[in-house]
Write a protein that binds this ligand. Structure first.
Ligand code: ATP
Length: 221
């Protein structure tokens, strides 16, 4: 048996962090029995253009959004690193920190999961962590709808790992894939940036403390 309850990991650009990120972390903690979820803002995300806000601003917003919730931790290491932010490297670092037996669960929205086979050293992810896939409105596939529309390579690697019972996550340190349903929230950072860029309100899509920070630092104008 594993030594302690699984630790969740939620990476993202968080440009800016919003309520769907926070519900994803919170609902995953409940649904999957996670002791905590560590949010890891990417410094330099390799799969996309340069974020609009600096790594320091994005980290500060993640800290504000998670303040007061003891289940959510913030991991600043990718922001502090000059290297590109590859998830496999972060997982290796966490493995070294936590030891070989602690279950680690990488949390992904369905859109991020669908692109997994394009990640740096992606097959190694499963030796380092479990993967839990959340539904996301407008994005297919949710892992439960396999095998429809999946990348064949991703499908071949993932289908044998697919389980439905979150109990498997506590019983091994890594290697299983578990889909879970969160409250569907059609919120994206892209939409929030569009609203703010057009001078429109993004209120209630993200925490007020984060919106105040954005206003104070004139971000996304
Ligand atoms: P952008 O619009 O800039 O691409 P985003 O809103 O998708 O940003 P990211 O920081 O890229 O946010 O996402 C981090 C993680 O959170 C990813 O795994 C993503 O799939 C997940 N996620 C983001 N928004 C949602 C949502 N509304 N529902 C479920 N998962 C989500």
């Amino acid at each position: 048996m594993a030594e302690r309850a699984p630790l969740g990991l939620l990476g993202g650009t968080f440009d800016p962090i919003h309520h769907a990120h926070l519900r994803l972390a919170e609902e995953a903690a409940d649904a999957l029995g996670l002791a905590q979820v560590r949010l890891v803002p990417a410094g330099q995300p390799p799969h996309r253009g340069t974020p609009m806000s600096s790594p320091e601003h994005r980290l500060a917003m993640v800290r504000l959004a998670t303040a007061g919730n003891p289940r959510l931790e913030v991991d600043p290491a990718e922001v502090a690193s000059p290297r590109a932010s590859y998830t496999v490297l972060t997982l290796e670092r966490l493995r070294a920190e936590l030891g070989p037996r602690r279950p680690l669960v990488l949390l992904l929205g369905a859109d991020a999961f669908a692109g997994l086979a394009s990640w740096h050293r992606w097959r190694e992810v499963f030796a380092l962590a479990h993967v839990a896939v959340a539904n996301r409105p407008g994005h297919a596939p949710h892992a439960r709808r396999w095998p429809a529309a999946l990348d064949p390579e991703l499908d071949a690697e993932c289908t044998p790992r697919l389980g439905s019972d979150p109990a498997v996550l506590a019983a091994a340190p890594a290697g299983h894939i578990v889909p879970f349903d969160m409250t569907p929230l059609a919120i994206s950072a892209t939409r929030i940036r569009e609203l703010l860029g057009a001078g429109l309100s993004a209120r209630y899509l993200l925490p007020g403390s984060v919106l105040d920070y954005i206003g104070k630092h004139s971000l996304y104008r």
